[in-house]
Design a protein around this ligand. Structure first.
Ligand code: AMP
Ligand code: ZN
Length: 479
């Protein structure tokens, strides 16, 4: 197996990945801010971190992965106050929608889901530690982090802090590099807004302190990997480093991995351009979860991903090709023995698949290895050269592929129905399909096309496609 190499934003280089403790990975992912439904751009980043954790697991590493739900931030506080409801009440709908969306896209649950509102105590304690070390100052009931006290400020995002005026502050959770300032750790309550009454006063945590506190509470002072979308590198991750390293004096995260953005038809995704999609928008248009996952996974994470409907269509046909090939291997009885050279060909594909993912999660390279083998395998089958003795090795590679990409299982219909799309009828089960196929076979043999077509239509109407093979066998699959 190849050495795992990952691009570390901190060093700006691709480096060998070596966890602190052999065999274990402590990883933190900034989760969604649950003030609205997540969009497919967000899911580009979440699918990336899912591919990463699945690949590390495939390589035998034990994951301790924490993902947070940001349920306290400027937008949530303002929206909840405007709606006249509490934070938990306001965010609950979006939290549940996010969990459902993750399921639909086969994004695995991390080992720990954590919520900001459940961890206010840890944030208060971390702010107290920073107060004791004079990293903070108070102003009008809020507490700010003094960035001039942390000489390494800017080391992740490489911003130059030389020209920044000491004492200039910013209260917003999100701001651009040009407004690098002392930032709020704790914000004084505004009238009508939710607050906590704590040892450091009344108020609420800033967004940045939430992640520092929760990451260190669940994973210790130094994490192996911290992930997020590229827009989080500044200010969010820069501020996380300043807070955590200010308090502990130890490195906060050893590898910082950032996913580039998803664009829509070459443009930034935005509500005003009308090119802003949630998963639900796409599912309502009839696109399948597996096609979206494949489309998001197929572009390496450090490249911008240009989302197009053509791309989504071609992702759907790639998934179909994979599933058809797997069905072919499962349902065909090949002649015994092994095809000359095939074992070596499969081993080469397996090596290239692993090398691709080890190469900073180069999913395009890993997919090329699989699709090259698939094409050659299909040609060998069509020519009648493929042998039963090679089936298990190909299936083993497809299983490794699917442990990471997770698109092979034919469960899109089920997933869509769980989200309320499609019909309530879950379609016939495998046994019923086999029975109807068996019933149709004799009709086909005696050239009773009326009966065989009727049975085919019955199945098609219920979402099952039949394919009559040259050798007289019948393959079926769910639409
Ligand atoms: P948020 O809910 O805004 O905190 O974002 C959740 C995650 O989605 C973060 O890791 C963001 O960096 C990421 N993200 C936001 N917009 C995009 C986009 N267009 N493409 C990829 N990732 C994004
Ligand atoms: Zn975060």
């Amino acid at each position: 197996m190849a050495e795992i190499q990952l691009h570390n934003t901190l060093s700006g280089k691709v480096e060998p990945f070596v966890p602190q403790k052999a065999g274990e990975v402590r990883m933190y992912t900034c989760g969604p801010t649950v003030y609205d439904y997540a969009h497919i751009g967000n899911f580009r980043t979440f699918v990336f971190q899912d591919l990463l954790r699945r690949f590390l697991k495939l390589r035998g590493l034990k994951l301790n992965h924490v993902m947070n739900l940001t349920d306290v931030d400027d937008r949530i506080i303002a929206n909840a106050a405007a709606a006249g409801v509490g934070i938990r009440e306001y965010t609950e709908k979006f939290v549940q929608a996010f969990f459902h969306d993750c399921k639909a896209l086969s994004v695995e649950a991390p080992e720990h889901w954590v919520r900001a509102t459940d961890n206010i105590d840890s944030m208060v304690k971390l702010i107290e530690r920073l107060q004791k070390k004079s990293f903070t100052y108070d102003s009008e009931g809020s507490i700010y982090y003094r960035i001039s006290k942390f000489p390494n400020y800017g080391k992740l995002s490489k911003i130059d802090v030389a020209g920044i005026q000491a004492g200039a502050r910013v209260d917003n959770d999100r701001y651009e590099k040009e407004s690098a300032r002392d930032f709020a750790l704790w914000k004084a309550p505004k009238p009508g807004e939710h607050f906590w009454d704590t040892e450091i006063g009344k108020g609420r945590p800033g967004w940045h302190i939430e992640c520092s506190a929760m990451a260190m509470k669940y994973l210790g002072d130094t994490l192996d990997i911290h992930t997020g979308g590229i827009d989080l590198a500044f200010p969010h991750h820069e501020n996380e480093i300043a807070q955590s390293e200010g308090a502990t004096g130890k490195p906060f995260a050893r590898y910082w991995l950032h996913a580039e953005h998803l664009l829509v038809e070459g443009e930034k995704m935005s509500k005003s351009l009308g090119n802003f999609f949630t998963l639900r928008d796409l599912f309502a248009k009839g696109y399948k979860p597996s096609a979206l996952r494949f489309a998001l996974a197929s572009v390496p994470y450090r490249k911008q991903l240009n989302f197009t409907f053509d791309g989504l269509q071609s992702a759907a046909s790639s998934v179909d090709r994979l599933r058809n090939f797997a069905d072919r291997l499962k349902q065909t009885k090949f002649p015994a023995g092994q095809q000359k050279g095939m074992a070596a060909r499969i081993a080469k594909a397996a090596g290239e698949f692993d090398a691709g993912l080890s190469d900073d999660l180069n999913t395009a390279r890993a997919l090329a290895a699989i699709f090259d083998l698939l094409r050659e395998g299909n040609i060998a089958i069509d020519k009648g050269e493929f042998r039963q003795g090679d089936v298990a090795a190909v299936q083993k590679l497809l299983a490794a592929f699917d442990a990471v990409f997770a698109v092979m299982e034919d469960n899109d219909g089920e997933k869509l129905r769980a989200l309320g799309y499609g019909t309530a009828d879950s379609g016939p089960d495998d046994a019923e399909i086999e029975k109807l196929v068996e019933e149709r076979n004799p009709a086909k043999k005696r050239r009773d096309f009326a009966t065989s077509d009727r049975l085919r239509k019955e199945l098609t109407d219920r979402g099952i496609l039949l394919e009559d093979m040259k050798d007289g066998t019948v393959r079926w699959k769910r639409k």
